[in-house]
Design a protein. Structure first.
Length: 189
């Protein structure tokens, strides 16, 4: 995605053609982010439009030294999180766990990734409960740490870890159900 500063300036000056051009150039990238966090395409489009409006109205805050793609990604993720909080869907599904201990002593190596394609992976992730799906995406796809996720979602770090573990277990079940899971445990010293 190659966004010129001239196009951004046009959007800041409320040039409708520039705004439409920016929308076309960023649509597929932003939609891919929205699809990861929502359960259906209609909701993804709705949130994408809300996020794009935030991008357009806050372009004057954009600093050219920051990659534009990273900046719009952050705006979109924040929009998705805010929508998630507004709907409060996760509150009916969240089980608060204050103490959760992970160990890195054992690591699973799963050969399933060689047998499935991206569409199957996305369909499995879409079957996760909303809060667990949110934490899974933030942790594995977007690279946030549990502390950051906890702050974004107003939950404890332990609850974030619990949701991540729950998502892993659910994904393992889905892989096993579809005969795609082969587990090998490796011991780390």
């Amino acid at each position: 995605m190659d966004i010129q500063l001239k196009l951004i300036d046009g959007c800041i000056n409320r040039d409708r053609k520039a705004e439409y051009e920016l929308y076309k150039l960023t649509y597929s990238y932003l939609m891919s982010i929205c699809i990861r966090y929502t359960r259906n395409e209609d909701k993804a489009k709705e949130v994408l439009n809300m996020g794009f409006l935030k991008i357009i109205t806050n372009l004057d805050k954009y600093k050219p030294e920051v990659p534009f793609k990273a900046w719009i990604r952050r705006v979109m993720i924040n929009t998705l999180i805010n929508e998630f909080k507004k709907e409060k869907i996760h509150y009916s599904h969240v089980q608060y766990v204050e103490e959760y201990y992970e160990t890195d002593k054992y690591a699973d190596i799963n050969n399933a990734i060689t047998k499935i394609d991206a569409d199957q992976i996305y369909s499995f992730i879409a079957q996760l409960p909303p809060a667990s799906q949110q934490v899974f995406n933030l942790y594995y796809v977007d690279g946030f740490k549990h502390k950051e996720i906890a702050e974004m979602l107003d939950i404890s770090e332990g609850t974030s870890k619990w949701h991540l573990n729950s998502a892993r277990e659910k994904l393992k079940e889905l892989l096993k159900k579809n005969d795609l899971y082969e587990k090998h445990i490796i011991y780390h010293e």
